[in-house]
Ligand binder design. Structure first.
Ligand code: 9WO
Length: 249
């Protein structure tokens, strides 16, 4: 997959995409991230990319023409079609389901706003999808774009080693992750739950499933409400809830 990013801060995008699993995906040729700077597509002496909003008020907006020319240059880099995605607080919320859909495409074009945002005419004419990573305001779209690149990049076939296979991720099952433990077995801060040391793989799988269900029930009831639990899950969760109500743990 190829991801082209329009940004006034190319270094931010490229640095994030070089680390960890996503960096390795690029080294393996599974992912190409390229950044395009609208400042390189200006024609005035000041290389101006922003202007004051009509109607007044604080802040500046990004000019239409540098963005359009940058988008045309990015588009022309390959013949693959690509949706144009604008990262903004006004967008539809990004979910793991949407990440999976986007990860299957050959190419994406991401637009990072700065200042107060983009001229709405550019959004109307050129943007296919507006996405938000959460209900908070950043100083620009770059961190949000980096989040999307990371989530999509690690799903490229061959990016994850067996050890960090995506099928185990929280949300791939619609649930939060279970609690995790490593050495030492006994620590000043507590002991590793007995079942995880039992070697009984069925009991371990059952405990993990129950913890995932229980935690989702406690912390994200909204996620659970949108699932339909099978009878085994129902039994596990009911036992978790009963224990929670009697001993509060
Ligand atoms: C800046 C500003 C300045 C003065 C008065 C009002 C203002 N609003 C903004 C503003 O919201 N700027 C945004 C910065 C414009 C679009 C790019 N920026 C951005 C993207 N901030 N937060 C995001 C974002 C993207 C995706 N998911 C969550 C947040």
């Amino acid at each position: 997959m190829r991801i082209d990013v329009l940004t006034l801060f190319p270094d931010l995008i490229l640095a994030n995409a070089q680390a960890g699993v996503v960096g390795r995906a690029q080294e393996r040729g599974l992912l190409q991230v390229a950044a395009w700077n609208p400042r390189d597509h200006t024609h005035d002496n000041y290389r101006r990319v922003d202007e004051r909003p009509f109607g007044g008020g604080p802040g500046m907006l990004m000019l239409i023409d540098p963005l359009r020319e940058t988008l045309a240059a990015a588009r022309a880099a390959t013949s693959d079609p690509a949706p144009v995605i604008y990262l903004s607080p006004q967008g539809e919320r990004l979910t793991q389901k949407r990440v999976r859909t986007l990860a299957a495409l050959p190419r994406l074009i991401l637009i990072c706003g700065r200042y107060e945002g983009l001229d709405e005419r550019f959004v109307q004419a050129e943007v296919d999808l507006e996405l938000s990573i959460g209900d908070y305001v950043l100083s620009g779209g770059e961190l949000a774009a980096s989040v999307l690149i990371d989530a999509v990049g690690r799903l490229q076939e061959g990016a994850l080693n067996d050890a960090d296979s995506a099928s185990q991720d929280s949300f791939e099952q619609g649930l939060l992750d279970c609690p995790l433990y490593t050495r030492p077995e006994r620590h000043e801060l507590g002991e590793v739950p007995e079942v995880l040391r039992s070697g009984d793989h069925r009991a371990i799988a059952r405990w993990r499933r129950q913890q995932a269900l229980g935690r989702t029930w406690l912390r994200r009831p909204d996620l659970l409400a949108r699932m339909s639990l099978g009878s085994d899950d129902r039994v596990l969760l009911d036992a978790f809830i009963r224990r929670h109500r009697t001993q509060g743990s």
